[in-house]
Design a protein around this ligand. Structure first.
Ligand SMILES: C[S@@+](CC[C@H](N)C(=O)[O-])C[C@H]1O[C@@H](n2cnc3c(N)ncnc32)[C@H](O)[C@@H]1O
Length: 488
């Protein structure tokens, strides 16, 4: 840990006593200053904390990144002493005062997370090779995407600050967290202790420290950045070439208990002459796992390299940039995809593997949407076409239809019809008139077979032909939640 157990207890006392929590800070600053802080504009926050009571000083040091007098910092951290805080790296000497040595973030209702100060806050100072990442966009993506159902055992691979483990602790009886970095584990141990949580912490390379063990839920925000395989910063670089870390994690099905779920973030390359989704689907061949991979973003190589060089404060390094871009050129990388991989050990002979684009904004919580997707797969898996047609369905709530039409001699001719889900995963689906009629008639009253018979006579099609064609279409609509089976 960064502090002794007694030191962590003293820090917790100081933070609690001062009210240094998300709500306490928001209450002290008010909405205008809180909004400013979110945009890195600290002017209003500094005005609101001029009297330097303990909460004000903690806000100035750890939120506004100010250098404050020793006496004020000592009063704010007591009963933790300044000497202990300096020794643990919590604060550092700067000019004739003290400033933050770590990123100590109030998080959630009453948690704190310890991480390193980001590169942007210390311009010109090189990041530690074992820099411990704070709560950024990718971290939050995984937090939001995690299936939060109660489990016995959960594992966080590459725990860093420990923030994923903090969340796992709310719905898992036992939490294990690993990291290759000893430094990161010290931060994670401090985060756990500060929040009164107890995790098993193990050091080692990816799954090595838990070899032979199984978990109900595994999450990982690994160092997923793709490139030549050089490692300068362990939070970002896996040391694996290209997107191999994503494939490596996919090949770890023995980590999961029966019915267990694994979710991780990954990047994958889009290579000229290759379908990106087939490449990623190939990661799961032979694993026996159900897989749902959703691509949330795609970046071109230049933007990608810029982003990750800026992240470590090396944006102005033309040599690093050129070497990285050369590697992309040499490997015909046109773009890099970012997304969420969700795997489940269902124990069925024919695993379902779906790799698709899902770039639209999704209604949170994403984790619940992902869990429901696997539930729907379970429902579909045990039904053949006959069984699907025997069910009654209801169209998703608030479904919308958009039409594009061209005016011709005989009035409007419809060119394109798109169904849109205003809620949930917000799929947009182009459909033909027959499917539109099928969805439009899905009011939960008639079994689909009867509904199709009516449609067949209205459109002058043979009922068996329509029924045959409807099977995969209905399965697809159910998978996406556009129509839902009616229970009972
Ligand atoms: C992107 S950070 C994620 C930190 C944190 N879990 C989060 O979600 O914010 C990746 C973490 O993986 C760790 N890591 C890097 N290479 C690893 C490896 N080969 N095995 C295990 N952990 C590794 C890093 O030290 C770092 O803490």
């Amino acid at each position: 840990m960064l502090l002794s157990p007694a030191g962590v207890e003293a820090l917790r006392t100081a933070l609690t006593r001062a009210g240094f929590t998300s709500n306490g800070i928001a209450g002290r600053l008010g909405s205008q200053a809180t909004g400013g802080v979110a945009r890195n504009d600290f002017r209003a926050a500094l005005r609101a904390t001029e009297d330097r009571d303990p909460l004000a000083t903690l806000i100035r040091v750890f939120i506004c990144d100010q250098t404050e007098p020793d006496a004020a910092v000592a009063a704010a951290l007591a009963p933790l002493t300044v000497e202990e805080a300096l020794a643990g790296g919590l604060v550092e000497r700067h000019g004739d005062g003290l400033r933050a040595g770590v990123d100590l973030e109030p998080y959630g209702d009453d948690w704190w997370v310890l991480a390193d100060v980001p590169a942007s806050a210390r311009p010109g100072r090189p990041l530690h090779a074992e820099h411990v990442l704070g709560i950024g966009g990718a971290t939050q993506t995984l937090i939001g995407a995690t299936v939060r159902r109660p489990v016995e055992t959960a594992l966080d691979l590459g725990t860093g600050s420990g923030v994923q483990a903090l969340h796992l602790d709310t719905h898992a009886r036992r939490v294990t967290a690993t990291d290759v970095s000893e430094r990161a584990l010290r931060f994670a141990a401090t985060t756990a202790a500060l929040n009164g949580q107890d995790w098993e912490l193990l050091r080692g390379d990816m799954v090595a420290p838990v070899a032979g063990r199984r978990f109900d839920l595994v999450v990982s925000n690994p160092p997923f950045v793709v490139g030549p395989g050089t490692t300068t910063h362990v939070y970002r670089d896996s040391g694996r070439v290209g997107d191999a870390i994503g494939a490596e994690l996919a090949a770890a099905p023995s980590l999961l208990t029966e019915g267990g779920t694994m979710q991780y973030l990954a990047n994958w390359v889009h290579v000229t002459g290759e379908e990106w989704d087939e490449r990623v689907a190939g990661w799961f061949a032979g694993t026996g796992l159900d897989a749902w991979v959703i691509q949330r973003e795609v970046a071109d190589p230049m933007a990608y390299v810029n982003l990750w060089l800026t992240d470590v404060g090396e944006a102005a390094d033309p040599q690093r940039m050129a070497a990285w871009l050369d590697w992309f050129d040499a490997h015909k990388v046109e773009a890099i995809g970012f997304g969420i991989v969700s795997l489940r050990r269902s124990g069925h002979d024919e695993p379902i593997v779906r790799v698709e684009d899902l770039r639209q904004r999704v209604e949170p919580p994403m984790g619940e949407r992902i869990a429901a997707w696997f539930d729907r797969q379970d429902w579909l898996r045990v039904r053949d076409t006959d069984a699907l047609l025997a069910e009654r369905y209801r169209a998703a709530e608030g479904l919308q239809l958009r039409q594009e039409a061209t005016m011709g001699d005989e009035g409007w001719a419809v060119d394109r019809q798109v169904l849109g889900m205003p809620r949930g995963l917000r799929w947009q689906e182009e459909i033909d008139p027959l499917v539109l009629a099928l969805v439009g008639g899905a009011d939960g009253r008639l079994p689909l077979r009867d509904q199709l018979a009516l449609l067949a006579s209205a459109h002058d099609v043979a009922p068996e032909e329509l029924a045959e064609a409807a099977g995969p279409i209905v399965a697809h609509l159910v998978e996406r939640g556009i129509i839902e089976p009616v229970e009972g």
